[in-house]
Design a protein around this ligand. Structure first.
Ligand SMILES: [Zn+2]
Length: 48
C-alpha cells in the first residue's frame, strides 16, 4: 500500500475534515404513523 510521504498540513487537513460532518440527518415520514423517522430505522413512535 502506498504511504503518504508527509502528513497533510493543518490547512489541508482542516479543509478535508470540513466536509466530513456535513451529512444532514435525513428524516422520512413513517409510512405507518407519519412521524419523522430515519430511513431503514425503526420508527421511534410506532416501532414500524
Ligand atoms: Zn411510525
Amino acid at each position: 500500500m502506498a504511504v503518504p510521504k508527509r502528513k497533510p498540513s493543518t490547512h489541508r487537513q482542516g479543509r478535508r475534515r470540513a466536509t466530513h460532518k456535513i451529512k444532514l440527518p435525513k428524516l422520512t415520514k413513517c409510512g405507518n404513523c407519519g412521524a419523522d423517522k430515519r430511513p431503514h430505522y425503526a420508527c421511534p413512535s410506532c416501532g414500524q
